[in-house]
Write a protein that binds this ligand. Structure first.
Ligand code: SF4
Ligand code: SF4
Length: 423
């Protein structure tokens, strides 16, 4: 049977997977949750749908049930019934389609419960049971088998980069060694937003950075992590790690992709079992550093813009101010949304939800929150630093026939770059 057609439900494997994490985050949830409901209004899925099943705490019910059955001393008397196949089938859609692992609920939870992390762990149990959205699982398998979720092999990468260099009139370095900086890309950018790839190349070239892409470790996205397949998650991280070591990079740049940043920046060392001998920086962090060093000047942009904070870069990543540093003095009519920054609303497509076709109607509902926010600012264009957010928002924009503008931050910067160096 192929990976894309899941085997029959295996409840025991799911429980084993849940329990493998029970001494950490899972136990915290089961013991600490007050069932106060404060997290409900923080979740864009609940706010958009009004469905009580979309409240954050509710999504964790099957894991809590499995945990209590295993740990409760009198479970054999029926006080803590076992999790069933029906439970797993009921909650599969909630765990995958209605949690973007954005972490907004944790900001309001009085117990500080990291529901996003627990959802990530829970997904592994569902996959062990033979559940999980076929399209998301297929994206993970394509990453393992072909190097990227969209099937961009090393050969296709070289062809695509040649085309981008020609089309956007820039120089792109592939397999240059040694190199101080290893740049990674998202295949979403490669195939749908090549302007972002060209923009990164233009900006790095302009600043005189010694950089390269690698045909053995180019894909920044990690669908293994999103799909609950930790073996594939580790493989994707290992490819980038080996490529960085091979060229002797002291910095690895994550492109405009939120979850790629979270995985490479915060989880990679634990996955690999050793510290990383290089810095991992989001492209906006690195560009802000170069700007502080006087490497860029940008012509002013008068068009009104607002900025969408990708959850994994801002709230869960800590790189909230870098985008604003880059916009400072350049975007002369910048209008902040309310809320924004660490409190910002998710686009609705993070956590792999963008890749789940059946989740599209729910994603579109969620995007209305963002549309309303942008309209309240009156800004003509919403800028983001994540291609997955951009894709999610482009699709929902088309669904609602919304006339608001959407743009990539690095692309805007490259378009306004003043070619003669400041210093
Ligand atoms: S992590 Fe985000 S999407 Fe998931 S339950 Fe919490 S607020 Fe909702
Ligand atoms: S806010 Fe925290 S404690 Fe309250 S219901 Fe949600 S997860 Fe439980």
């Amino acid at each position: 049977m192929s990976e894309t057609s899941p085997p029959p439900i295996d409840v025991k494997s799911a429980v084993r997977s849940f329990m493998a994490h029970s001494e950490g985050a899972l136990a915290t949830y089961v013991e600490a949750c007050l069932h106060c409901g404060q997290c409900a209004e923080a979740c864009h899925f609940y706010v958009a749908s009004g469905d009580p099943r979309h409240t954050p705490a509710y999504k964790l019910f099957p894991i809590a049930k499995a945990w209590r059955h295993q740990k409760f001393p009198l479970s054999w008397l029926g006080f803590a019934p076992a999790i069933t196949e029906a439970d797993l089938r009921d909650w599969e859609e909630l765990l995958f389609d209605s949690c973007t692992m954005c972490g907004r609920c944790t900001m309001v939870c009085p117990m500080g419960i990291d529901i996003a992390a627990i959802v990530g762990v829970a997904r592994q149990g569902f996959v062990k049971a033979g559940l999980g959205p076929a399209d998301l699982l297929a994206a993970a398998d394509a990453s393992r088998d072909h190097g990227s979720p969209l099937g961009v092999t090393a050969e296709k990468l070289a062809e695509r980069l040649d085309w981008i260099a020609d089309e956007f009139d820039t120089k792109i370095h592939l397999d240059r060694s040694p190199a101080e900086v290893l740049l990674t890309v998202s295949s979403i950018e490669l195939m749908k937003y090549p302007d972002s790839v060209a923009a990164m190349a233009k900006l790095l070239n302009h600043a005189g950075v010694d950089w390269t892409l690698s045909s053995t470790g180019y894909e920044a996205t990690n669908f293994g992590y999103l799909a609950g397949k930790p073996d594939i998650a580790k493989l994707m991280v290992a490819r980038v790690n080996e490529a960085a070591r091979a060229v002797g990079a002291s910095i690895v740049i994550v492109p405009e992709c939120g979850h790629a940043y979270g995985v490479l920046r915060w989880s990679a060392a634990n996955m690999l079992g050793h510290a990383l001998p290089y810095e991992v920086l989001h492209i906006t962090e690195y560009l802000a550093r170069l700007k502080r060093e006087g490497k860029f000047r940008f012509s002013p942009m008068a068009e009104s813009i607002t900025f969408h904070d990708p959850c994994q870069i801002a709230r869960r990543g800590g790189a909230t101010n870098d985008a604003r540093e880059l916009l400072d003095g350049f975007a002369t009519d910048f209008r902040e949304m309310t809320p924004a920054g660490n409190d910002g609303w998710c686009c609705g497509g993070g956590g792999g939800v963008q890749a789940i076709g059946r989740a599209a109607p729910l994603r579109h509902k969620v995007f209305r929150i963002k549309m309303d926010q942008v309209e309240q600012t009156g800004a003509a264009t919403m800028v983001s630093s994540c291609s997955n957010c951009r894709l999610t928002m482009d699709e929902s924009k088309a669904h609602w026939k919304w006339d608001g503008g959407l743009a990539s931050l690095v692309d805007l910067l490259a378009r306004h770059l003043i070619e003669d160096k400041a210093a």
